[in-house]
Write a protein that binds this ligand. Structure first.
Ligand code: SF4
Ligand code: FES
Length: 251
């Protein structure tokens, strides 16, 4: 008997499809006019994400639509955007989980200058990130073997190592919207990752940087950042730990 490969789609039934209206905020810096809304009606499937809908628009309907993405799997952090009023990664947001009786509203993240359509200028965000020295600081001679750390020491900052620098947290923060000078949650998360690393010797310097008037004390504990984080990092807790370290450690 000859074995034949079954078409899994036929065997299990076709993936359900549905109509979705995408309402996308557009902005062309060369047009000389402001932003405007544009709607696209698409046929999508139950396994599709907002990123797939944006791809379909760009590839089949309007090649001028601009947005960032790279990995398409929640790793690179390049496709944070406001979807139905909430900061999310387009590649991790399934269309079927949204209310499809209404248009799916897609806008750029807030608080950073828009360059084109859904692309914002990330430079102010990365400037704050660089300021907190997001790298291991050590003194003395290079050790002849790896720097050892216990499981317990590693666990203290495990959560904040998960950051993918998507900016969903910082651009959901009302303090950042009203004062773009504020370091913002992502920079504090990345400072936390090194401040609590037992191998690092730059904690005092970082704490001094974050003790600035634009540092941790601007946080109003609104929890927007924690809710927005696609990596589930307990950002508000990390900020509280940095605040406590500033108060309890001597400079
Ligand atoms: S803490 Fe979370 S939301 Fe903020 S930049 Fe990192 S991954 Fe994105
Ligand atoms: S495209 Fe990389 S995180 Fe979404």
């Amino acid at each position: 008997m000859t074995a034949t490969l079954e078409n899994p789609q036929t065997e299990m039934g076709a993936i359900p499809s549905f109509q979705v209206t995408m309402r996308v905020e557009r902005f062309d810096p060369e047009s000389g006019s402001g932003s405007y809304w544009q709607e696209f009606t698409l046929t999508m499937h139950g396994t599709d994400r907002v990123l797939d809908a944006l791809h379909q628009i760009k590839w089949d309907l309007d090649g001028s639509l601009a947005f960032r993405r790279s990995c398409a799997h929640g790793v690179c952090g390049s496709d944070a955007m406001r979807i139905n009023g909430r900061n999310r990664l387009a590649c991790k947001t399934l269309l079927k989980d949204l209310d499809l009786d209404k248009p799916v509203v897609v806008e750029p993240i807030k608080g950073l200058p828009v360059k084109k359509d859904l692309i914002v200028d990330m430079e102010p965000f990365f400037a704050s990130y660089r300021e907190v020295m997001p790298f291991l600081v050590t003194t003395g001679n290079q050790p002849s073997r790896e720097r050892l750390q216990s499981v317990e020491q590693r666990a203290v900052f495990d959560d904040t190592t998960k950051c993918i620098l998507c900016a969903a947290c910082t651009t959901s923060c009302p303090v950042f919207w009203s004062d773009g000078q504020y370091f913002g949650p992502a920079a504090i998360v990345n400072a936390h990752r090194f401040i609590f690393d037992s191998r690092d010797e730059g904690a005092q310097q970082r704490l001094q940087i974050l003790n600035d008037k634009e540092g941790v004390w601007r946080c109003r504990t609104t929890f927007n950042c924690t809710e927005a984080c696609p990596r589930g990092i307990e950002i508000t807790k990390a900020i509280a730990e940095v605040k406590r370290a500033i108060v309890t450690r001597s400079f």
